[in-house]
Design a protein around this ligand. Sequence first.
Ligand SMILES: Cc1cc2nc3c(=O)[nH]c(=O)nc-3n(C[C@H](O)[C@H](O)[C@H](O)COP(=O)(O)O)c2cc1C
Length: 259
Amino acid sequence: MSNTSTTNNSISIGGKSRYYEPAPHDIDVANFRKVVTSRRSVRKFTNKPIPQAVLDDCLDMALLAPCSSGLQQWEFYVVRSADKKAKLVKACMSQLAAKTAAELIVCVARTDRVDEFSRQMLREWPMPDVPKLVQRYYQLIPYNYAAGPMNSFAFAKKAAFALGGLVAPVPRGPYTKSEVELWAAKSTALACENLVLAFRAHGFDTCMMEGFDAVRVSKLLHLGDGAFPIMVIGAGERAEDGVFWPQVRFDRNLFVHEV
Ligand SMILES: Cc1cc2nc3c(=O)[nH]c(=O)nc-3n(C[C@H](O)[C@H](O)[C@H](O)COP(=O)(O)O)c2cc1C
């Protein structure tokens, strides 16, 4: 590597300046494993509150999850008002995890901010010049994730890509409204996982819940057409009898394949 040199955020490779962000090597795997293995779905919490600083830190870590095209398709509603919280508990079928949680967070996926966030990405690009390729990408990407009224764009795109796909690899979606929703839900779920692991790292616990009435939750939060709740996360301090049974995972050979 004799032809490389680094300064703070840049590295010169073969005379060309590149962005430089080295991987840290001092990470404690044992502690990370402890966070992952001690995370359980907790269905009963004590009444200990979660300090605001902890909650904020966990939400900030959630927002660092990877997301498709960098478009941050998520929103987190920390439901604080007593009236809304009571309605949300009810919408969660009055599950014990919801009833006893110190905090209830509704995790929402959004499909309707692609244009806005594509423009914002170009405005807030973290380097002085936006590379041509990046500019083109964020100018085109809104078309990629638009299904159109009654899926009208979706079927045209599907046909065009199916033809193109006969000769070369092409993206096979998302085309339809439900595929675009799946697209947004994927990235939002990754942020949810960051959130629950962050709580665990702070000594708190969580229960992800999809056992809720999505219509009632959307109404409660006044969610628009392009926004839908994918899960409600109850968080708090684990009660002594908060985990109901030992963790069950089947043989890894059912899931891990080397091909
Ligand atoms: C998307 C999702 C939705 C879930 N919904 C509920 C729920 O509504 N109520 C509940 O008690 N647990 C819910 N769970 C928790 C699962 O039942 C739990 O993760 C699973 O049984 C494995 O247990 P563990 O999380 O302790 O490893 C949900 C988990 C996920 C990932």
